[in-house]
Design a protein around this ligand. Structure first.
Ligand code: NCD
Length: 294
C-alpha cells in the first residue's frame, strides 16, 4: 500500500497484487450475475458511510459508484466542490478532517490534480478509491475494462489491445497499461507523437489486435493545440466502423466524441463493448468497496 498509514486503498493499480485482481474479478462476476437478475445483494456495507468527493465533472463514474454503494446498503454523502466551503478558501486537508469527524468510513475522490487521491489517503488514514486524478490514474476504469474483456469470452492470451489516442493526458491509459503489464496482456500504444506517453514497458510492436481501445481527446487537459484538426485526427487515429475486422472488439471509456475518436457505426458494431463496460463498472465497484470495507 502506498498510503502513509495501514489502511488499504485503491489509489493506483500498484496497490493491488495479482491475487487481489483475481479476487476482485471473482467477486465482480458474482455481483454482475446478481445485478442482471435484479437479485438484491447482501448489504455488506450497512452501517458504513461513504463520501463521494467529485471535484471534476463526471457522469458514468459518479453514478456508477453511487449505485454500487447503494446496492451494498451504505450511507452516502455526495460532495460537489462547486457547492462546498472550498469555494470560500478552505483547504482540501481541512475538508477531509471535517469529514472524518463526521465518521466517514471510505472516500471516493475524483480531482483534476494528479496525486490528490494519494494525498487524501495519507492524510485521512481511511480507505480511499481514486476515481481519476488529473492525468495520473483511474484504477477502477482499468479493472472494469479488463473484466469486461474477460467476460466477452477471450482468454488472457487472446486479449491483444491496441490503445489509441491521447495517451499523454489519459489516466485511463495510466492505469490500464499498468494493469495489463501486471497480468501479462499484450498491448500496443498508438498516438500522435505530440500526445504519446513515456513507455511503461511491456508493449508489443505491430500487434495484430483483437481489441481496439480508443481514448477521448482530452482538450481540457491540453495546454496548447496538440492535434492538427478533428478531421485529420479521425482520419488517422479514429475507429471507422466499416474498416473494423469482424470479430474485433471495440472499447472506449466514455464520454465519446463521435466522429473524432470513432464514428457512430463503430459504436454499434456487434463487438462493441462500450455499454458492457458501463454495466460491468457497477459490479466491479461493488467488489472494490466490499474488498476495502466489508
Ligand atoms: C474517463 C475519465 O474521466 O478519466 N472517463 C470515465 O471515467 N468514464 C475518460 C475521459 O474522461 O476521457
Amino acid at each position: 500500500m502506498k498510503t502513509d498509514n495501514k489502511s488499504k486503498s485503491i489509489v493506483s493499480i500498484d496497490d493491488l497484487s495479482y491475487q487481489d485482481v483475481n479476487t476482485l474479478y471473482d467477486q465482480t462476476v458474482e455481483y454482475l450475475e446478481q445485478l442482471r437478475i435484479r437479485k438484491t445483494p447482501e448489504p455488506v456495507l450497512r452501517g458504513k458511510t461513504i463520501a463521494n468527493l467529485f471535484f471534476e465533472d463526471s457522469t458514468r463514474t459518479r453514478i456508477s459508484f453511487e449505485l454500487a454503494e447503494k446496492r451494498l446498503g451504505a450511507d452516502i454523502l455526495n460532495f460537489s466542490a462547486a457547492a462546498s466551503s472550498l469555494k470560500k478558501g478552505e483547504s482540501l486537508d481541512d475538508t477531509v478532517q471535517n469529514l472524518l469527524k463526521m465518521k466517514v468510513d471510505l472516500i471516493v475522490v475524483r480531482h483534476h490534480m494528479s496525486g490528490t487521491a494519494h494525498f487524501i489517503a495519507g492524510k485521512s488514514g481511511i480507505p480511499v478509491i481514486n476515481a481519476g486524478d488529473g492525468t495520473n490514474e483511474h484504477p477502477t476504469q482499468a479493472l472494469l475494462d479488463l473484466f469486461t474483456l474477460k467476460m466477452s469470452g477471450l482468454n488472457t492470451d487472446e486479449i491483444k489491445i491496441q490503445i489509441r489516442g491521447d495517451l499523454l493526458h489519459s489516466r485511463v491509459a495510466g492505469s490500464g497499461i499498468k494493469l495489463w503489464k501486471k497480468v501479462g496482456i499484450q498491448h500496443e500504444p498508438i498516438s500522435p507523437e505530440t500526445v504519446s506517453r513515456n513507455k511503461l514497458g511491456g508493449e508489443t510492436k505491430n500487434l495484430n489486435p483483437t481489441v481496439l481501445y480508443n481514448l477521448r481527446i482530452q482538450k481540457e487537459r491540453q495546454h496548447k493545440e496538440l492535434i492538427p484538426g478533428n478531421k485529420e485526427y479521425h482520419q488517422f487515429f479514429g475507429i471507422k466502423g466499416e474498416t473494423v475486422q469482424p470479430g474485433t472488439f471495440v472499447m472506449h471509456p466514455g464520454p465519446i466524441n463521435r466522429g473524432l475518436e470513432m464514428d457512430s457505426q463503430a459504436t454499434q458494431l456487434n463487438h462493441s463493448l462500450i455499454l458492457n463496460q458501463v454495466e460491468t463498472g457497477v459490479a466491479l465497484r461493488m467488489a472494490c468497496l466490499k474488498f476495502l470495507l466489508a
